[in-house]
Design a binder for this molecule. Structure first.
Ligand code: N9Y
Ligand code: NI
Length: 181
């Protein structure tokens, strides 16, 4: 799983294809591999041993598969897990006017360079998706988990985080934006 596609590879700029069910063995394995990557990358010992960059999300285009599937593994406080899910064909069905951004800006496992600046996103979103069993789910997210899922859903549309950064003034953001630390 060390072969994460890097910015410049066309697959990161394509709109990924919808996934049909039942999942092919290939896609089911890809989903498993992506979640396993996230778990390993968040395990200090394993991450160090295999030189993995810790990640909280991974979208299929980042492993070269242009399909609408992303794994998210968002840690909460005290080694809890805020969100662990594989999002298939995710759609944001509603979103807050309220803007939020990570105080530290964003990075991406597919973008090796630092790109400073606020990435304005919606603070609260409702997403509808199918899980690995093909069941349709609808969940409401806010703050960090919402930011992570927006970052992943962007990947499925060929958007990268820095596309959202204000070119003239990267630190420019809505006055009442919520900055998430
Ligand atoms: O598309 C998916 N990606 O590109 C992996 C990204 C996804 C996040 C970036 C901003 C929102 C979602 C990712 O996880 N990172 N970005 C680059 C290096 C750091 C790493 C990260 O934030 N790690 C992390 C954070 C908290 C706890 C543990 N690890
Ligand atoms: Ni990314």
């Amino acid at each position: 799983m060390n072969d994460i596609t890097r910015d410049g590879n066309d697959v990161l700029r394509k709109r990924a294809d919808k996934v049909t069910f039942p999942l092919s063995d290939e896609y089911a394995k890809a989903a498993q591999d992506m979640m396993e990557y996230l778990k390993n990358s968040q395990d200090k010992k394993i991450a160090e041993k295999y030189h993995l960059r810790a990640g909280v999300g991974l979208a299929a285009p980042q492993i070269g598969l242009s399909i609408q599937m992303a794994a998210v593994l968002v840690p909460g406080p005290d080694n809890t897990i805020d969100l662990e899910e594989t999002l298939v064909n995710p759609v944001i069905v509603s979103q807050s006017v309220q803007v939020a951004a990570l105080e530290e800006g964003e990075g991406c496992l597919s973008v090796d360079k630092e790109v400073p600046g606020y990435v304005p996103r919606h603070d609260r979103i409702t997403i509808r998706y199918q899980n690995l069993d093909g069941e349709t789910k609808q969940i409401k997210l806010r703050d960090y988990p919402a930011i992570v899922c927006q970052h992943e859903i962007d990947h499925l549309k060929g958007t990268l985080f820095y596309d959202h950064i204000n070119k003239q003034n990267p630190m420019d953001i809505d006055d009442n934006a919520i900055l998430i630390g």
